[in-house]
Design a protein around this ligand. Structure first.
Ligand code: ACO
Length: 435
């Protein structure tokens, strides 16, 4: 642990003479962290934090979030600056290596990624095993997990070169896997990657093109896709990243770990929210139905959430939501889509919710998913592809965090404890003697 201990906390267990002195560690920024590893040995008690709201599960140098100030930094660089000036592959280099590349380093990195874009030809057969209407995320979970059966030459997690090749393979192949999931749904032929194209451009090509015609990717859409990918590239220890780390802590191979991350991302409380936002907007249907919808959200018994609002860490505007809201307007404008009813409805819903006491009191602001679905819909993606696109973008974050964990000398298998509230020990009774 490199965070230095400047202070300590001493805890005394009531009714005993037992106490524990816990070092308080400081990172480079962010709240201090009490190192509780001694607490069980000293006091015989565990700590309880369901949902990990107050638990730092690892040390990381990759991404920093200040949820109160609405700040997001990748390796120290503000997301706003990266969104404006960088490219997705440059951000991938930054996340994986810690520093921005020189032009030569970037060229070499881009070539490295682009050379891995094809899938083993036998992986095509996997698609045929799915129902024609399979959700792209179901296909992604299956196919990404299956990669470990194809790339045996990069599975030694203790070999830095293997780790690097697996990272390149994953980042490079995800757009192909996602685009093919869509092609399988529509019944169109799979399109092979074109390595003369940029990363986002290549994905749009494989997604939209058909072999019968020439296809030129719209540069406005390629830039918007690249931006969306930058915004989703990493987000600290969120549920899917923590899933990747926990899976990886057992020594599982990186393809299996990323498949676990995809499964975790799929849920509507996480990456599945972008798809859920569009469904919610369609269900609301019209601005006049907003008040009724919001009363249902506020009704404790209803389980209805305002999708795309709220975040475990951001208690202020999600900085990604601000960037994507502007991009959404720009893309709709550039594509000549005027007065999109869903965007109008989303804007009105946002305005009303931001002034509603329920949301103000709970510090619930729009998150990135509130707008990403609208922009993706305008770009021609079906809603079922939204979370798959998130998975493509987040792969670099997952694999960078996984590699950081493997290289951490303090890394151990992740193994939480519990408060057991079930029955105490009892004797087994034969069926006739029960009840
Ligand atoms: N709509 C209505 N109420 C909400 C919402 C919401 N979207 N989010 C939180 N609340 C309420 C909760 O009911 C709770 O109210 P209470 O104090 O009266 O019980 C309070 O706000 C605090 O919420 P928690 O559930 O404790 O917040 P938590 O940090 O556990 O959840 C989460 C965060 C899962 C993101 C939640 O806000 C949510 O479900 N939002 C909608 C789904 C969504 O947009 N997810 C995307 C997250 S961003 C991402 O993954 C890219």
């Amino acid at each position: 642990m490199s965070g230095s201990a400047k202070r300590s906390i001493t805890i005394t267990l009531d009714g005993t003479n037992k106490s524990s002195t816990l070092p308080v560690l400081s990172g480079s920024i962010g709240p201090e962290v009490a190192d509780i590893r001694r607490i069980y040995a000293d006091l015989g008690i565990f700590t309880y934090d369901p949902g990990y709201g107050a638990t730092a599960a690892c040390e990381s140098k990759i991404t920093y979030i200040d949820g109160d100030a609405g700040v997001l930094l990748y390796r120290g660089y503000p997301i706003e600056q990266l969104a404006e000036h960088s490219s997705f592959l440059e951000v991938c280099y930054l996340l994986m290596n810690g520093e921005l590349p020189t032009p030569a380093q970037l060229r070499e990195y881009e070539m490295g990624i682009l050379r891995h874009t094809m899938l083993h030809e036998q992986i095509r057969q996997f698609y045929n095993g799915f129902r024609r209407d399979a959700h792209p995320m179901a296909v992604m979970c299956g196919v990404v997990g299956a990669l470990s059966a194809f790339y045996h030459d990069s599975l030694d997690i203790n070999n830095p070169e293997h780790r690097r090749i697996s990272a390149f393979r994953l980042i490079a192949k995800m757009p192909t896997i996602a685009a093919w999931a869509h092609k399988y749904n529509t019944g169109q032929p799979f399109m092979y990657p074109q390595n003369r194209l940029g990363y986002a451009e290549n994905f749009l090509y494989m997604f939209n093109a058909v072999p019968a015609e020439e296809y030129k990717v719209n540069p406005i859409l390629a830039r918007a896709m690249d931006l969306i990918m930058i915004l989703h590239a990493d987000h600290e220890q969120n549920a899917s990243t923590s899933t990747v780390r926990l899976s990886g802590s057992t020594g599982a191979n990186p393809f299996a770990c990323i498949a676990a991350g995809i499964a975790s991302l799929w849920g509507p409380a996480h990456g599945g929210a972008n798809e859920a936002v569009l469904k919610m907007l369609a269900d609301i249907g019209h601005v006049r139905n907003i008040p009724e919808f919001l009363s249902e959200v506020k009704d404790k018994g209803s389980h209805t959430k305002l999708m795309g609002f709220g975040h475990r860490v951001y208690k202020n505007y999600d900085p990604r939501a601000k960037i994507i809201q502007k991009a959404c307007h720009d893309v709709l404008g550039e594509l000549g889509i005027k007065g999109d009813p869903l965007l109008d409805l989303a804007l009105e819903l946002e305005k009303i919710a931001l002034n509603d006491k329920y949301f103000v009191d709970r510090k619930l602001y729009p998150n990135v998913d509130f707008y990403s679905g609208i922009i993706l819909k305008a770009m021609g993606f079906p809603t079922s592809m939204f979370t798959a696109l998130f998975a493509v973008s987040r792969t670099v974050g997952w694999i960078s965090q996984w590699a950081e964990m493997i290289e951490d000398p303090e890394q151990r298998i992740g193994r939480p404890r519990q408060i057991y509230t079930g029955p105490t020990q009892r004797e087994y009774l034969p069926p006739g003697q029960r009840g």
